[in-house]
Design a protein around this ligand. Structure first.
Ligand code: HEM
Length: 484
Protein backbone atom coordinates (compact mmCIF):
# COMPACT_ATOMS: atom_id res chain seq x y z
CA UNK A 1 0.00 0.00 0.00
CA UNK A 2 2.86 2.33 0.89
CA UNK A 3 4.44 1.61 -2.47
CA UNK A 4 1.15 2.40 -4.23
CA UNK A 5 0.86 5.65 -2.34
CA UNK A 6 4.47 6.69 -3.07
CA UNK A 7 4.13 5.83 -6.76
CA UNK A 8 0.60 7.04 -7.36
CA UNK A 9 1.86 9.45 -10.08
CA UNK A 10 3.48 6.59 -11.98
CA UNK A 11 0.41 4.39 -11.55
CA UNK A 12 -1.79 7.17 -12.89
CA UNK A 13 0.51 7.88 -15.83
CA UNK A 14 0.53 4.16 -16.69
CA UNK A 15 -3.20 4.36 -17.36
CA UNK A 16 -2.51 6.41 -20.50
CA UNK A 17 -1.32 3.28 -22.22
CA UNK A 18 -3.06 -0.01 -22.91
CA UNK A 19 -1.52 -3.23 -21.63
CA UNK A 20 -2.25 -6.65 -20.18
CA UNK A 21 -3.90 -7.20 -16.79
CA UNK A 22 -1.51 -7.16 -13.82
CA UNK A 23 -1.09 -9.32 -10.72
CA UNK A 24 -0.55 -7.65 -7.32
CA UNK A 25 3.17 -7.24 -6.59
CA UNK A 26 4.27 -9.05 -9.74
CA UNK A 27 2.67 -6.90 -12.41
CA UNK A 28 3.12 -8.80 -15.67
CA UNK A 29 6.32 -10.57 -14.61
CA UNK A 30 4.65 -14.00 -14.97
CA UNK A 31 4.29 -13.39 -18.73
CA UNK A 32 8.00 -14.01 -19.11
CA UNK A 33 8.13 -17.26 -17.17
CA UNK A 34 8.05 -19.36 -20.31
CA UNK A 35 10.33 -21.11 -22.78
CA UNK A 36 12.76 -18.86 -24.65
CA UNK A 37 10.87 -19.29 -27.92
CA UNK A 38 7.55 -18.52 -26.23
CA UNK A 39 8.98 -15.26 -24.95
CA UNK A 40 9.50 -13.94 -28.49
CA UNK A 41 5.82 -14.71 -29.21
CA UNK A 42 4.64 -13.17 -25.94
CA UNK A 43 6.32 -9.87 -26.76
CA UNK A 44 4.88 -9.92 -30.26
CA UNK A 45 1.41 -10.51 -28.87
CA UNK A 46 1.74 -7.33 -26.80
CA UNK A 47 2.00 -5.28 -30.01
CA UNK A 48 -0.68 -7.26 -31.79
CA UNK A 49 -3.15 -6.89 -28.90
CA UNK A 50 -2.36 -3.40 -27.66
CA UNK A 51 -0.77 -1.40 -30.49
CA UNK A 52 2.34 0.75 -30.89
CA UNK A 53 2.78 1.91 -27.30
CA UNK A 54 2.13 -0.70 -24.63
CA UNK A 55 2.71 -0.72 -20.90
CA UNK A 56 3.68 -3.67 -18.76
CA UNK A 57 4.93 -3.95 -15.19
CA UNK A 58 7.94 -6.02 -14.21
CA UNK A 59 7.22 -6.03 -10.48
CA UNK A 60 7.48 -2.35 -9.45
CA UNK A 61 9.09 -1.24 -12.76
CA UNK A 62 6.77 0.35 -15.28
CA UNK A 63 7.92 -0.47 -18.81
CA UNK A 64 6.52 1.35 -21.79
CA UNK A 65 7.24 -0.52 -24.98
CA UNK A 66 7.43 1.78 -27.97
CA UNK A 67 7.13 0.24 -31.43
CA UNK A 68 6.52 3.32 -33.55
CA UNK A 69 9.70 4.04 -35.61
CA UNK A 70 9.41 7.84 -35.79
CA UNK A 71 8.77 8.13 -32.10
CA UNK A 72 11.69 5.80 -31.42
CA UNK A 73 14.13 7.87 -33.41
CA UNK A 74 13.23 11.02 -31.48
CA UNK A 75 13.27 9.25 -28.13
CA UNK A 76 16.59 7.45 -28.56
CA UNK A 77 18.25 10.70 -29.67
CA UNK A 78 16.85 12.55 -26.65
CA UNK A 79 19.47 13.48 -24.03
CA UNK A 80 16.89 12.76 -21.30
CA UNK A 81 17.08 9.16 -22.46
CA UNK A 82 20.77 8.47 -21.84
CA UNK A 83 20.34 6.39 -18.72
CA UNK A 84 20.19 2.63 -19.22
CA UNK A 85 17.21 0.84 -17.75
CA UNK A 86 17.08 -1.15 -14.47
CA UNK A 87 17.53 -4.49 -16.21
CA UNK A 88 21.14 -3.57 -17.13
CA UNK A 89 21.97 -3.98 -13.44
CA UNK A 90 22.17 -7.75 -13.96
CA UNK A 91 24.65 -7.22 -16.77
CA UNK A 92 26.62 -4.78 -14.61
CA UNK A 93 26.94 -7.50 -11.94
CA UNK A 94 29.24 -9.26 -14.41
CA UNK A 95 30.85 -6.60 -16.58
CA UNK A 96 30.63 -3.58 -14.26
CA UNK A 97 28.72 -0.36 -14.82
CA UNK A 98 30.98 1.09 -17.51
CA UNK A 99 30.81 1.57 -21.22
CA UNK A 100 28.30 -1.19 -22.08
CA UNK A 101 25.93 -1.30 -19.14
CA UNK A 102 26.55 1.99 -17.35
CA UNK A 103 25.13 5.49 -17.62
CA UNK A 104 25.74 9.02 -16.46
CA UNK A 105 29.16 10.65 -15.94
CA UNK A 106 31.00 7.32 -15.55
CA UNK A 107 29.69 5.96 -18.86
CA UNK A 108 30.26 9.29 -20.66
CA UNK A 109 33.87 9.48 -19.45
CA UNK A 110 34.67 5.90 -20.50
CA UNK A 111 33.04 6.28 -23.90
CA UNK A 112 35.01 9.48 -24.56
CA UNK A 113 38.32 7.87 -23.58
CA UNK A 114 37.73 4.75 -25.72
CA UNK A 115 36.22 6.53 -28.72
CA UNK A 116 39.39 7.17 -30.85
CA UNK A 117 39.98 3.42 -31.34
CA UNK A 118 36.56 2.78 -32.87
CA UNK A 119 36.65 5.41 -35.62
CA UNK A 120 37.05 4.46 -39.29
CA UNK A 121 40.72 5.53 -39.44
CA UNK A 122 41.70 3.43 -36.44
CA UNK A 123 39.84 0.45 -37.85
CA UNK A 124 41.78 0.80 -41.12
CA UNK A 125 44.96 0.11 -39.17
CA UNK A 126 43.58 -3.27 -38.04
CA UNK A 127 43.46 -4.78 -41.56
CA UNK A 128 46.64 -6.80 -41.12
CA UNK A 129 45.65 -8.24 -37.72
CA UNK A 130 42.17 -9.22 -38.92
CA UNK A 131 43.58 -10.92 -42.02
CA UNK A 132 46.29 -12.70 -40.08
CA UNK A 133 43.74 -14.13 -37.66
CA UNK A 134 41.47 -15.13 -40.55
CA UNK A 135 44.42 -16.88 -42.25
CA UNK A 136 44.84 -19.00 -39.11
CA UNK A 137 41.10 -19.71 -39.14
CA UNK A 138 41.32 -20.80 -42.79
CA UNK A 139 44.07 -23.26 -41.87
CA UNK A 140 41.78 -24.77 -39.21
CA UNK A 141 38.82 -24.92 -41.57
CA UNK A 142 40.87 -26.67 -44.26
CA UNK A 143 41.54 -29.46 -41.76
CA UNK A 144 37.82 -30.14 -41.14
CA UNK A 145 36.71 -33.58 -42.32
CA UNK A 146 35.10 -33.38 -45.74
CA UNK A 147 31.28 -33.40 -45.72
CA UNK A 148 31.05 -33.29 -41.92
CA UNK A 149 28.67 -30.80 -40.36
CA UNK A 150 30.01 -28.68 -37.49
CA UNK A 151 29.11 -25.54 -35.53
CA UNK A 152 31.14 -22.81 -37.24
CA UNK A 153 30.63 -20.31 -34.41
CA UNK A 154 33.06 -22.29 -32.27
CA UNK A 155 35.89 -21.66 -34.74
CA UNK A 156 34.95 -18.10 -35.62
CA UNK A 157 34.68 -16.94 -32.02
CA UNK A 158 38.37 -17.75 -31.51
CA UNK A 159 39.22 -15.59 -34.52
CA UNK A 160 37.15 -12.63 -33.35
CA UNK A 161 38.45 -12.96 -29.78
CA UNK A 162 42.09 -13.00 -30.83
CA UNK A 163 41.46 -10.15 -33.31
CA UNK A 164 40.09 -7.98 -30.51
CA UNK A 165 43.02 -8.76 -28.21
CA UNK A 166 45.51 -7.86 -30.93
CA UNK A 167 43.78 -4.66 -32.07
CA UNK A 168 41.65 -2.84 -29.49
CA UNK A 169 43.65 -4.29 -26.58
CA UNK A 170 47.12 -3.99 -28.20
CA UNK A 171 48.48 -7.45 -27.31
CA UNK A 172 50.91 -9.50 -29.38
CA UNK A 173 49.84 -12.86 -30.76
CA UNK A 174 51.90 -14.68 -28.18
CA UNK A 175 50.51 -12.65 -25.28
CA UNK A 176 46.99 -13.25 -26.59
CA UNK A 177 47.42 -17.02 -26.75
CA UNK A 178 48.63 -17.05 -23.16
CA UNK A 179 46.16 -14.73 -21.42
CA UNK A 180 45.03 -16.40 -18.22
CA UNK A 181 41.77 -18.26 -18.82
CA UNK A 182 41.12 -16.92 -22.32
CA UNK A 183 39.79 -20.21 -23.71
CA UNK A 184 37.55 -20.82 -20.71
CA UNK A 185 36.19 -17.29 -21.00
CA UNK A 186 35.47 -17.70 -24.72
CA UNK A 187 33.68 -21.01 -24.16
CA UNK A 188 31.66 -19.92 -21.13
CA UNK A 189 30.61 -16.46 -22.26
CA UNK A 190 27.33 -17.64 -23.87
CA UNK A 191 26.36 -19.30 -20.57
CA UNK A 192 27.03 -16.17 -18.54
CA UNK A 193 24.81 -14.14 -20.89
CA UNK A 194 22.07 -16.75 -20.47
CA UNK A 195 22.26 -16.23 -16.72
CA UNK A 196 22.19 -12.45 -17.09
CA UNK A 197 19.17 -12.66 -19.39
CA UNK A 198 17.41 -15.10 -17.06
CA UNK A 199 17.77 -12.58 -14.25
CA UNK A 200 16.53 -9.77 -16.50
CA UNK A 201 13.34 -11.66 -17.28
CA UNK A 202 12.60 -13.90 -14.28
CA UNK A 203 11.33 -11.94 -11.29
CA UNK A 204 12.31 -14.48 -8.64
CA UNK A 205 15.98 -14.47 -9.77
CA UNK A 206 16.00 -10.72 -9.15
CA UNK A 207 15.60 -11.36 -5.42
CA UNK A 208 19.25 -11.59 -4.37
CA UNK A 209 18.85 -14.19 -1.55
CA UNK A 210 16.98 -16.44 -4.00
CA UNK A 211 19.63 -15.99 -6.69
CA UNK A 212 22.40 -16.73 -4.17
CA UNK A 213 20.89 -20.19 -3.66
CA UNK A 214 21.15 -21.12 -7.34
CA UNK A 215 23.91 -22.88 -9.27
CA UNK A 216 23.73 -19.92 -11.66
CA UNK A 217 25.05 -17.68 -8.89
CA UNK A 218 27.95 -20.08 -8.27
CA UNK A 219 28.72 -20.02 -11.99
CA UNK A 220 28.60 -16.22 -12.05
CA UNK A 221 30.95 -15.97 -9.07
CA UNK A 222 33.42 -18.30 -10.74
CA UNK A 223 33.13 -16.40 -14.01
CA UNK A 224 33.75 -13.08 -12.25
CA UNK A 225 36.99 -14.54 -10.84
CA UNK A 226 37.98 -15.59 -14.36
CA UNK A 227 37.34 -12.03 -15.55
CA UNK A 228 39.56 -10.59 -12.82
CA UNK A 229 42.50 -12.86 -13.63
CA UNK A 230 42.06 -12.39 -17.38
CA UNK A 231 41.99 -8.60 -17.07
CA UNK A 232 44.87 -8.41 -14.58
CA UNK A 233 47.03 -10.28 -17.07
CA UNK A 234 46.15 -7.92 -19.93
CA UNK A 235 46.68 -4.83 -17.78
CA UNK A 236 50.10 -6.14 -16.72
CA UNK A 237 51.18 -6.48 -20.36
CA UNK A 238 49.96 -3.02 -21.28
CA UNK A 239 51.58 -1.37 -18.27
CA UNK A 240 54.90 -2.99 -19.17
CA UNK A 241 54.50 -1.80 -22.74
CA UNK A 242 53.65 1.75 -21.69
CA UNK A 243 56.84 1.98 -19.60
CA UNK A 244 58.85 1.77 -22.82
CA UNK A 245 56.98 4.50 -24.68
CA UNK A 246 57.99 8.15 -24.68
CA UNK A 247 55.80 10.67 -22.87
CA UNK A 248 55.50 12.83 -26.00
CA UNK A 249 54.14 9.90 -27.99
CA UNK A 250 51.57 9.15 -25.28
CA UNK A 251 50.45 12.77 -25.04
CA UNK A 252 50.22 13.19 -28.80
CA UNK A 253 48.13 10.04 -29.31
CA UNK A 254 45.89 10.58 -26.28
CA UNK A 255 44.84 13.85 -27.94
CA UNK A 256 43.88 12.31 -31.26
CA UNK A 257 40.24 11.97 -32.24
CA UNK A 258 40.78 8.78 -34.27
CA UNK A 259 43.79 6.63 -33.63
CA UNK A 260 44.89 3.02 -33.26
CA UNK A 261 48.46 3.66 -32.07
CA UNK A 262 47.43 3.39 -28.44
CA UNK A 263 45.07 0.57 -27.46
CA UNK A 264 41.79 1.23 -25.63
CA UNK A 265 43.35 -0.33 -22.54
CA UNK A 266 46.33 2.06 -22.82
CA UNK A 267 43.92 4.98 -22.97
CA UNK A 268 42.06 3.82 -19.87
CA UNK A 269 45.35 3.41 -17.97
CA UNK A 270 46.87 6.71 -19.15
CA UNK A 271 43.70 8.70 -18.45
CA UNK A 272 44.14 7.96 -14.73
CA UNK A 273 40.36 8.16 -14.43
CA UNK A 274 39.58 4.50 -13.61
CA UNK A 275 40.37 2.78 -10.32
CA UNK A 276 41.77 -0.76 -10.45
CA UNK A 277 38.50 -2.76 -10.10
CA UNK A 278 36.85 -0.55 -12.73
CA UNK A 279 39.83 -0.98 -15.05
CA UNK A 280 39.51 -4.75 -14.71
CA UNK A 281 35.81 -4.77 -15.51
CA UNK A 282 36.22 -2.37 -18.42
CA UNK A 283 39.06 -4.45 -19.88
CA UNK A 284 36.72 -7.43 -20.02
CA UNK A 285 33.90 -5.27 -21.41
CA UNK A 286 36.04 -4.12 -24.32
CA UNK A 287 36.73 -7.77 -25.07
CA UNK A 288 33.26 -9.20 -24.69
CA UNK A 289 31.34 -6.42 -26.45
CA UNK A 290 33.23 -7.12 -29.63
CA UNK A 291 34.19 -10.80 -29.86
CA UNK A 292 30.73 -12.30 -29.29
CA UNK A 293 28.77 -9.93 -31.50
CA UNK A 294 31.18 -10.21 -34.44
CA UNK A 295 31.35 -14.01 -34.17
CA UNK A 296 27.58 -14.37 -34.07
CA UNK A 297 26.94 -12.11 -37.03
CA UNK A 298 29.63 -13.82 -39.13
CA UNK A 299 28.19 -17.24 -38.22
CA UNK A 300 24.65 -16.14 -39.09
CA UNK A 301 25.83 -14.79 -42.41
CA UNK A 302 27.48 -18.08 -43.35
CA UNK A 303 24.49 -20.10 -42.14
CA UNK A 304 22.10 -17.96 -44.17
CA UNK A 305 24.30 -18.46 -47.23
CA UNK A 306 24.08 -22.22 -46.65
CA UNK A 307 20.28 -21.95 -46.44
CA UNK A 308 20.01 -19.69 -49.51
CA UNK A 309 22.30 -21.10 -52.23
CA UNK A 310 21.17 -18.58 -54.87
CA UNK A 311 22.30 -15.73 -52.56
CA UNK A 312 25.55 -17.56 -51.91
CA UNK A 313 26.21 -17.93 -55.63
CA UNK A 314 25.68 -14.23 -56.17
CA UNK A 315 27.93 -13.34 -53.26
CA UNK A 316 30.59 -15.82 -54.34
CA UNK A 317 30.71 -14.31 -57.83
CA UNK A 318 31.07 -10.85 -56.35
CA UNK A 319 33.88 -11.93 -54.00
CA UNK A 320 35.67 -13.85 -56.74
CA UNK A 321 35.38 -10.84 -59.04
CA UNK A 322 37.22 -8.72 -56.48
CA UNK A 323 39.69 -11.17 -54.91
CA UNK A 324 40.25 -13.55 -57.81
CA UNK A 325 41.53 -17.02 -56.94
CA UNK A 326 44.24 -16.13 -54.46
CA UNK A 327 43.84 -16.29 -50.70
CA UNK A 328 45.21 -12.80 -50.26
CA UNK A 329 44.35 -10.27 -47.55
CA UNK A 330 41.04 -8.46 -47.88
CA UNK A 331 41.47 -4.68 -47.80
CA UNK A 332 39.08 -1.80 -47.20
CA UNK A 333 39.12 -1.08 -50.94
CA UNK A 334 38.11 -4.67 -51.66
CA UNK A 335 35.20 -4.43 -49.24
CA UNK A 336 34.00 -1.21 -50.85
CA UNK A 337 33.70 -3.16 -54.10
CA UNK A 338 31.38 -5.77 -52.55
CA UNK A 339 27.91 -4.18 -52.41
CA UNK A 340 26.09 -7.51 -52.19
CA UNK A 341 28.14 -8.44 -49.11
CA UNK A 342 27.01 -5.15 -47.59
CA UNK A 343 23.37 -5.97 -48.40
CA UNK A 344 23.70 -9.47 -46.93
CA UNK A 345 25.29 -8.03 -43.76
CA UNK A 346 22.43 -5.55 -43.37
CA UNK A 347 19.85 -8.29 -43.79
CA UNK A 348 21.59 -10.41 -41.14
CA UNK A 349 21.54 -7.64 -38.53
CA UNK A 350 17.90 -6.95 -39.42
CA UNK A 351 16.83 -10.53 -38.72
CA UNK A 352 19.25 -11.31 -35.90
CA UNK A 353 19.98 -8.08 -34.01
CA UNK A 354 22.71 -8.05 -31.38
CA UNK A 355 20.86 -5.72 -29.03
CA UNK A 356 17.50 -7.43 -29.49
CA UNK A 357 15.81 -5.43 -26.75
CA UNK A 358 16.94 -2.14 -25.24
CA UNK A 359 15.76 -0.37 -22.13
CA UNK A 360 16.23 3.23 -21.04
CA UNK A 361 15.21 4.97 -17.83
CA UNK A 362 13.04 8.02 -18.33
CA UNK A 363 14.62 10.64 -16.06
CA UNK A 364 12.13 13.46 -16.76
CA UNK A 365 8.63 13.40 -18.25
CA UNK A 366 8.91 13.27 -22.04
CA UNK A 367 6.04 14.27 -24.31
CA UNK A 368 5.18 11.81 -27.06
CA UNK A 369 2.48 11.75 -29.75
CA UNK A 370 -0.12 10.15 -27.52
CA UNK A 371 0.68 11.51 -24.07
CA UNK A 372 3.91 11.44 -22.11
CA UNK A 373 6.46 8.95 -20.77
CA UNK A 374 6.56 9.60 -17.02
CA UNK A 375 9.82 10.10 -15.13
CA UNK A 376 10.74 6.91 -13.28
CA UNK A 377 9.38 4.58 -15.96
CA UNK A 378 11.47 2.61 -18.44
CA UNK A 379 11.21 2.81 -22.19
CA UNK A 380 11.65 -0.62 -23.76
CA UNK A 381 12.35 -1.20 -27.42
CA UNK A 382 12.31 -4.51 -29.20
CA UNK A 383 14.62 -4.08 -32.18
CA UNK A 384 13.88 -7.72 -33.00
CA UNK A 385 10.16 -7.07 -33.46
CA UNK A 386 10.65 -3.68 -35.14
CA UNK A 387 12.85 -5.36 -37.73
CA UNK A 388 10.15 -7.96 -38.38
CA UNK A 389 7.13 -5.66 -38.26
CA UNK A 390 4.96 -6.51 -41.30
CA UNK A 391 3.91 -2.85 -41.61
CA UNK A 392 7.44 -1.99 -42.69
CA UNK A 393 8.84 -5.24 -44.05
CA UNK A 394 7.22 -7.38 -46.70
CA UNK A 395 7.36 -11.05 -45.79
CA UNK A 396 9.37 -10.00 -42.71
CA UNK A 397 10.73 -13.37 -41.62
CA UNK A 398 12.18 -14.18 -45.05
CA UNK A 399 15.90 -13.70 -45.68
CA UNK A 400 16.31 -11.36 -48.64
CA UNK A 401 19.38 -9.11 -49.02
CA UNK A 402 17.62 -7.34 -51.93
CA UNK A 403 15.62 -5.39 -49.34
CA UNK A 404 18.78 -3.31 -49.04
CA UNK A 405 19.41 -2.55 -52.71
CA UNK A 406 19.32 1.22 -53.37
CA UNK A 407 15.74 1.25 -54.73
CA UNK A 408 14.24 -0.76 -51.89
CA UNK A 409 16.24 1.19 -49.30
CA UNK A 410 14.82 4.40 -50.71
CA UNK A 411 11.26 3.07 -50.51
CA UNK A 412 11.56 1.68 -47.00
CA UNK A 413 10.62 3.45 -43.76
CA UNK A 414 14.07 4.67 -42.67
CA UNK A 415 13.49 4.63 -38.93
CA UNK A 416 12.25 1.03 -38.94
CA UNK A 417 15.85 -0.20 -39.19
CA UNK A 418 18.11 0.49 -36.19
CA UNK A 419 20.51 -2.47 -35.86
CA UNK A 420 23.15 -0.39 -34.08
CA UNK A 421 20.59 1.58 -32.03
CA UNK A 422 20.60 5.39 -32.24
CA UNK A 423 21.67 8.45 -30.31
CA UNK A 424 24.38 8.96 -27.70
CA UNK A 425 24.32 5.31 -26.57
CA UNK A 426 24.46 3.76 -30.02
CA UNK A 427 26.91 0.97 -30.87
CA UNK A 428 30.49 2.08 -30.52
CA UNK A 429 31.91 -0.88 -32.43
CA UNK A 430 29.91 -0.83 -35.65
CA UNK A 431 32.85 -0.16 -38.02
CA UNK A 432 34.97 -2.69 -36.18
CA UNK A 433 32.23 -5.33 -36.36
CA UNK A 434 31.32 -4.67 -39.99
CA UNK A 435 34.91 -4.94 -41.18
CA UNK A 436 35.81 -8.01 -39.13
CA UNK A 437 32.64 -9.89 -40.13
CA UNK A 438 33.08 -9.05 -43.81
CA UNK A 439 36.75 -10.05 -43.79
CA UNK A 440 35.92 -13.42 -42.24
CA UNK A 441 32.98 -14.14 -44.53
CA UNK A 442 34.61 -12.97 -47.78
CA UNK A 443 37.60 -15.21 -47.26
CA UNK A 444 35.61 -18.27 -46.20
CA UNK A 445 33.09 -17.92 -49.03
CA UNK A 446 35.83 -17.38 -51.62
CA UNK A 447 37.37 -20.73 -50.77
CA UNK A 448 34.42 -22.84 -49.62
CA UNK A 449 30.88 -23.55 -50.65
CA UNK A 450 28.80 -23.59 -47.46
CA UNK A 451 25.87 -25.98 -47.09
CA UNK A 452 23.88 -27.41 -44.18
CA UNK A 453 21.83 -30.51 -43.46
CA UNK A 454 19.12 -28.31 -41.99
CA UNK A 455 17.11 -25.62 -43.75
CA UNK A 456 15.98 -22.08 -42.91
CA UNK A 457 12.57 -23.46 -41.93
CA UNK A 458 14.30 -25.53 -39.20
CA UNK A 459 16.01 -22.51 -37.67
CA UNK A 460 14.72 -21.75 -34.17
CA UNK A 461 15.80 -18.50 -32.61
CA UNK A 462 15.18 -16.78 -29.33
CA UNK A 463 16.20 -13.60 -27.56
CA UNK A 464 18.97 -13.86 -25.00
CA UNK A 465 20.23 -10.24 -25.00
CA UNK A 466 21.10 -10.85 -28.66
CA UNK A 467 19.17 -13.18 -30.97
CA UNK A 468 20.54 -16.69 -30.57
CA UNK A 469 19.83 -19.90 -32.43
CA UNK A 470 18.73 -22.93 -30.42
CA UNK A 471 20.72 -25.34 -32.57
CA UNK A 472 24.01 -23.50 -33.10
CA UNK A 473 25.33 -22.67 -36.57
CA UNK A 474 25.61 -26.07 -38.30
CA UNK A 475 27.39 -25.95 -41.65
CA UNK A 476 29.37 -28.15 -44.02
CA UNK A 477 32.26 -26.66 -45.96
CA UNK A 478 33.14 -27.91 -49.42
CA UNK A 479 36.28 -26.61 -51.08
CA UNK A 480 35.59 -24.88 -54.38
CA UNK A 481 37.49 -26.27 -57.36
CA UNK A 482 38.98 -23.03 -58.55
CA UNK A 483 40.61 -22.05 -55.25
CA UNK A 484 44.26 -22.55 -54.47
C1 HEM B 1 28.49 -6.59 -35.48
C2 HEM B 1 27.33 -6.28 -35.09
C3 HEM B 1 26.95 -5.41 -33.91
C4 HEM B 1 25.69 -4.96 -33.69
C5 HEM B 1 24.48 -5.24 -34.56
C6 HEM B 1 25.72 -4.16 -32.48
C7 HEM B 1 24.62 -3.51 -31.94
C8 HEM B 1 24.63 -2.76 -30.79
C9 HEM B 1 23.47 -2.19 -30.16
C10 HEM B 1 22.05 -2.32 -30.66
C11 HEM B 1 23.88 -1.51 -29.06
C12 HEM B 1 23.01 -0.75 -28.05
C13 HEM B 1 22.83 -1.64 -26.83
C14 HEM B 1 22.00 -1.02 -25.74
O1 HEM B 1 21.70 0.15 -25.74
O2 HEM B 1 21.63 -1.79 -24.83
C15 HEM B 1 25.31 -1.65 -28.98
C16 HEM B 1 26.08 -1.08 -28.01
C17 HEM B 1 27.42 -1.21 -27.97
N1 HEM B 1 28.22 -1.92 -28.85
FE1 HEM B 1 27.62 -2.96 -30.45
N2 HEM B 1 26.99 -4.15 -31.99
C18 HEM B 1 27.78 -4.89 -32.83
C19 HEM B 1 29.12 -5.10 -32.70
C20 HEM B 1 29.91 -4.46 -31.79
C21 HEM B 1 31.34 -4.56 -31.75
C22 HEM B 1 32.18 -5.39 -32.72
C23 HEM B 1 31.75 -3.79 -30.72
C24 HEM B 1 33.15 -3.50 -30.27
C25 HEM B 1 34.20 -3.54 -31.07
C26 HEM B 1 30.59 -3.20 -30.10
C27 HEM B 1 30.61 -2.35 -29.01
C28 HEM B 1 29.51 -1.79 -28.43
C29 HEM B 1 29.56 -0.95 -27.25
C30 HEM B 1 30.81 -0.55 -26.46
C31 HEM B 1 28.24 -0.58 -26.96
C32 HEM B 1 27.75 0.30 -25.79
C33 HEM B 1 27.60 1.71 -26.29
C34 HEM B 1 27.14 2.66 -25.20
O3 HEM B 1 26.23 2.33 -24.44
O4 HEM B 1 27.69 3.76 -25.14
N3 HEM B 1 29.49 -3.63 -30.78
N4 HEM B 1 25.75 -2.43 -30.03
Amino acid sequence: LRWRHQHRGLLKAAQQFPGPKTLPGLGNAMTFICTPEEMVKQIKSLFVNYGDIVRFWLGPDLNIVVACPDELKILLSNSKMSVKGPQYKYMADVIGGGILSGSGPEWRKHRKIANPNYGKRAIESYTHVFNHEVSLLMEELRKKPHDQQFDIYKDIVNTTSYSVCRSLMGLTKEQTMNITGIQEIIEETPSIYEIVFDRMTKWYLQIDPVFWLTSQYQFQRRFNKLITNFSKDILKHRREHLKNIGEDFKLEHMEMKEDGMLSVIDRFILSGELDEPTLEKETFTIFTSSQEASAKIASYLLLMMAYHPHCQEKLYNEIKGVLGDSDRDVTDDDLKRMPYLEMAFKEIVRLFPIGAMLQRTVTEDIAIRSGYLPAGSSMTISIFHLHRDPRFWENPDAFDPERFNPENTERRHHNAYIPFSLGPMDCLGRYFGIKLVKTICARILREFEVTSQSSYEDLRVTICISVVTLGGYPVILKKRNSTK
